[in-house]
Design a protein around this ligand. Structure first.
Ligand code: ZN
Length: 268
């Protein structure tokens, strides 16, 4: 009998199994370098600025170095292999194309860009993003249709009125990954924004659940990617995709360092 090293509930199939390490985002999508993982109490020091520390200043904080990129034990071997083969390869190609554009066109943070990419597999990329969001959350949000959508290679059956997926480009090396959070606007407290985000150079995306009417997220809505078939390969025009900095660990906070400095001095 084989030893079970990382027992847990697979976040995709929901079965209790031995979980296998998974690069999130995929290793070849610029997730190979050594990173510093900060425990939540250390992250809080960057948020509360108790020692005049800016949110991006992690010097001196007690973190754990993880070599070879960001990895987590979220999925069982079968789900890890399937989603890797079915979706993550196309996502990796997409990330490489975006990286090439950022480098060759010298894109500037805080600007938005429109561009066309050929030979893209929209459904595979959409499902790669949704798989990574499910890696960060338990039990596919309790939605068996979402689970089937990701576990069935060809399926494009997803509730687009419930889920809204927005993508942006990421300029910084900082990574932000967050499970579902509720963001409450004090002007409209009864309509919290429910969002789970994954941002890591060069692509970020955020999934909104039951997005309130009238709320406009950052980024380009890519829900239409789910309407394609698995083997549909096409030329896709992206209009007005923001290229954003990650400077805090607050979900969907895309303020530049200058904006944050101004905000801090205003509140002092
Ligand atoms: Zn599984």
């Amino acid at each position: 009998m084989k030893a079970v090293k990382h027992p847990g509930i697979c976040r995709l199939c929901g079965e209790f199994k031995d979980l296998t390490p998974e690069h999130i985002p995929p290793k070849n999508a610029f997730n190979k370098s050594t990173i510093t993982l900060l425990p939540i109490e250390e992250v809080c020091k960057t948020l509360a600025s108790t020692d005049d520390r800016m949110p991006w200043d992690i010097q001196g904080l007690k973190g754990k170095l993880q070599q070879g990129g960001h990895k987590k034990y979220c999925l069982c071997r079968t789900c890890n292999n399937n989603t890797g083969n079915w979706y993550m390869r196309s996502y990796t190609d997409f990330a490489k194309t975006i990286n090439f554009m950022i480098q060759s066109e010298n894109l500037q943070p805080s600007c938005s860009y429109s561009f066309t990419i050929k030979d893209l597999y929209p459904l595979r990329i959409y499902k790669a993003m949704m798989t990574m969001i499910c890696d960060l959350n338990n039990n596919c949000f309790g939605d068996s249709e979402l689970r089937d959508f990701l576990m069935t290679k060809d399926s494009n059956k997803i509730n687009n009125s419930k889920y809204s997926l927005y993508m942006h480009l990421v300029s910084s090396q900082a990574v932000r990954m967050g499970g579902l959070s509720a963001i409450v606007n004090i002007d409209n407290p009864k309509n919290p924004v429910l969002v789970s985000e994954m941002s890591a150079y060069p692509i970020g995306f955020a999934l909104y659940i039951n997005k309130p009417n009238g709320y406009t997220p950052f980024g380009l809505n890519v829900d239409c990617f789910a309407n394609f078939n698995y083997d549909d390969k096409c030329e896709v025009r992206f209009n007005g995709v923001p290229y954003l900095d990650i400077n805090t660990q607050f979900p969907i906070d895309f303020r530049s360092k200058d904006d944050i400095v101004q905000c801090v001095s205003k509140n002092e």
